[in-house]
Design a binder for this molecule. Structure first.
Ligand code: SF4
Ligand code: SF4
Length: 282
């Protein structure tokens, strides 16, 4: 389920500004049909962790600017393919005065995150589990991690990656069938996600998805990225909603998917979709 705060801010059209997403690699042993980043099995997790220092600089910059501790959302791919790296990040979260908690997106089918829980404790760790890869062993693990882990049940369809609307078998969800573009559930939700630090491509994005417009690179300063991010939140959602409306698309994320041409297994420089380009689509 979507958090009550996110739902409320979505209806109020206000930015939440309390979280940053981080992905150090996209590799995953599964191949969910809806995978919004088109993660693929087969390769060991091997991308460089080049975004880590920038990530913590952004968390500090935003925490000081907004007067609150920030959440770090860690996803992939399957982060627990490299459990040791997740544990390393957990130790940095534990020791940081700027980060409230780690939110880990996992299938619970790779290594158990019990060690991560030992590092952070149940107050500073939340585990969101993909409902599509659940089996009996995962149900038992969910029970064991009760109070910390829960199924990540999203009411809406994300129309990017393998879930893109041009993919065979695509089905419109409730919002796409019955709600106008621009309403919660069928809008650009960048204001209520968080920016993404995308390690493999060395880019920082307007929302949690790597298909979204780029607000900086790993060569930018954290202060510049935050300034670009705030400017993007004030302009990009409206432009992408308008573009979706005029093109008759199912969801604005489909606009980003199409214009970024994003492929999660590509290296740096593959995606150059900018905020200026997104604004020009309106
Ligand atoms: S949705 Fe998650 S578990 Fe499924 S293929 Fe994508 S990254 Fe892997
Ligand atoms: S429309 Fe683009 S920027 Fe908005 S939430 Fe979707 S992917 Fe992100």
């Amino acid at each position: 389920m979507v958090e009550p705060k996110v739902t409320l801010y979505s209806y109020l059209n206000r930015p939440v500004l309390d979280r940053v997403f981080f992905v150090p690699f996209w590799d995953c042993p599964y191949q969910c049909e809806f995978c919004c980043v088109d993660s693929l099995p087969g390769k060991p997790a091997g991308w460089p962790d080049s975004g880590e220092d920038l990530l913590f600089e952004l968390l500090e910059t935003m925490s000081r600017r907004y007067g609150r501790r920030m959440q770090l959302h860690f996803y992939g791919g399957e982060p627990m393919l490299r459990a040791g790296y997740v544990e390393h990040i957990a130790r940095r979260v534990r020791d940081s005065p700027y980060v409230s908690k780690l939110v880990l997106y996992t299938t619970l089918r790779s290594k158990s995150p019990r060690q991560v829980l030992e590092i952070l404790g149940s107050k500073r760790l939340e585990i969101l589990v993909n409902p599509d890869t659940v089996n009996e062993r995962v149900l038992a693990a969910l029970q064991e991690l009760k109070g910390v882990a829960r199924l990540n049940l999203l009411p809406l369809t994300i129309t990017t990656g393998r879930g893109a609307e041009h993919e065979p078998g695509y089905k419109q969800d409730f919002f796409q069938r019955y709600m106008p573009v621009g309403w919660p559930g069928r809008n650009c939700f960048a204001k209520v996600t968080g920016m993404l630090v995308n390690g493999p491509q060395r880019t920082v994005h307007t929302c949690c998805m790597p298909q979204s417009p780029i607000v900086g690179t790993f060569d930018s300063s954290a202060a510049d990225i935050v300034a670009q991010y705030e400017a993007a939140l004030a302009t990009v959602p409206q432009a992408l909603n308008a573009s979706c409306r005029s093109s008759g698309g199912a969801h604005p994320c489909g606009v980003c998917d199409k214009f970024s041409g994003y492929q999660s297994q590509a290296g740096p420089g593959q995606n150059s979709y900018t905020v200026a380009e997104a604004l020009a689509l309106a």
